[in-house]
Design a protein around this ligand. Structure first.
Ligand code: 2AM
Length: 191
């Protein structure tokens, strides 16, 4: 199964972003982009790719341990941007050093559990808003999202998410994300 570990922003933060993104959908030609469903918006900490089901118990144990070693930290959605003309995204502000450390721990945990976790050259936390396979320029959209500053929220958990691939041959079809498990940061049972 195709898995990744993510930070899932709270609904209020996603609603604010939704309100900022909605007007962009009215920009001419924006219907040629593939807009990620807001219900699946997330920040990926580690992309694990295809994982053998047999590795799941060990992976879950190591992710639980990784979560226990980190304290909750404060983030806000802020500063939209783009990867060339391929991806339109929202960035993150606040204790990004804590986010980066958490991503490092989660990636190491996934590696030790035997998954082929993607080696990050440079961790670039981003929440994908739209993907682009057309010639529509993303710059005007990214420029409109660049000043966005959402409210602060406390990131207090990590989630193991399964990505169900989209139906083949359906243009614009999207993967469906299913959160399998979540672990609270710094949480120790019985304390
Ligand atoms: P993206 O949004 O930039 O595409 C589920 O696919 C999540 O894993 C998405 O956040 C996606 O990032 C990320 N992802 C997919 N393939 C990846 C890869 N090869 N390396 C790193 N992250 C990947």
């Amino acid at each position: 199964m195709r898995l990744f570990v993510a930070v899932l922003p709270p609904q209020e933060a996603l609603d604010e972003l939704g309100a900022a993104v909605r007007p962009l959908r009215a920009v001419p030609e924006s219907d040629r982009l593939t807009w990620a469903a807001p219900t699946g918006w997330h920040f990926t900490l580690a992309f694990l790719g295809e994982v053998d089901e047999a590795l799941l118990p060990g992976l879950e144990e190591r992710l639980a341990r990784a979560a226990r070693r980190h304290a909750p930290y404060v983030l806000r959605l802020a500063g939209g941007g783009r990867f060339g003309d391929r991806v339109l995204w929202m960035g993150v502000d606040g204790d990004t050093a804590a986010l980066r450390r958490l991503a490092g721990t989660v990636q190491a945990a996934a590696r030790r559990a035997g998954t082929a976790v993607a080696e990050e050259q440079r961790f670039h936390p981003h929440l994908t808003i739209a993907r682009n396979r057309s010639a529509v320029p993303l710059r005007p959209l990214a420029d409109r999202l660049a000043p966005f500053q959402g409210r602060e929220w406390t990131a207090a958990s990590i989630a193991l998410v399964r990505s169900h691939p989209p139906a083949p041959g359906v243009p614009g079809a999207q993967p469906r994300y299913e959160a399998l498990r979540a672990w609270t940061l710094g949480h120790r049972p019985g304390q």
